[in-house]
Design a protein around this ligand. Structure first.
Ligand code: 5GP
Length: 178
């Protein structure tokens, strides 16, 4: 375990196993529908995207968006688009891929944007869900793990851009939060 980590909340094995289950569930859910365009939100969702998409048994496409509303450990203000999608989403079934749903503000705004661009449907798959922190009405359709109200890092999630490469999800030692 990394020396900055206080405790592990979700192990690598658990993430691998759950990603397979989610991919199976999602493949089944789209059996009679147009296969989804995966829209992954940079950068935190990348390890989870890579882990679960290889188990999707259908012809999906992938695109990326980068939005920001977050600094340090507190959510601030509205969502800004730092990188928009490369392709049109008109008529597409979109599966938004997120690392964590916290206040829900990011996904609420991004879903709205995608519907405005003409998406047929927008669903959400997230590795982690922190329902205690929700400020707006957003529900992920597919959830890896529900976690308590703690700031976590690892498996894509950062603290000031560090720890994204950890193979598990954990909580930092208290003295590291400035
Ligand atoms: P929301 O808009 O739901 O409040 O925030 C979503 C974004 O906030 C996530 O994509 C993630 O980047 C960041 N975030 C929320 N909670 C945590 C957390 O516990 N750890 C880290 N590293 N980022 C978080």
């Amino acid at each position: 375990m990394h020396t900055d980590i206080n405790k592990i909340l979700v192990t690598h094995d658990q993430i691998v196993e759950r990603s397979k289950e989610l991919a199976k569930e999602i493949t089944l859910a789209y059996k009679d529908r147009k296969a989804p365009l995966l829209v992954a939100l940079l950068k935190g969702s990348i390890p989870f995207l890579a882990e679960f998409m290889k188990h999707l048994n259908m012809d999906i496409e992938v695109d990326f968006m980068d939005v920001s509303s977050y600094e340090g450990t507190e959510s601030i203000g509205d969502v800004r688009i730092l990188k928009d999608l490369d392709q049109s989403v008109k008529g597409d079934n979109i599966l938004l891929v997120e690392d964590i749903v916290d206040t829900g503000k990011t996904l609420k705004q991004v879903s709205k944007m995608l519907y405005n661009k003409g998406a047929n449907s927008v669903e959400i798959v997230t590795l982690l869900d922190k329902p205690e922190r929700r400020l707006v009405d957003v529900k992920a359709d597919y959830i890896g793990f529900v976690i308590p109200n703690e700031f976590v890092v690892g498996f894509g999630l950062d603290y000031n851009e560090k720890y994204r490469n950890l193979p598990y999800v954990g909580v930092l030692k208290d003295e590291l939060y400035l």
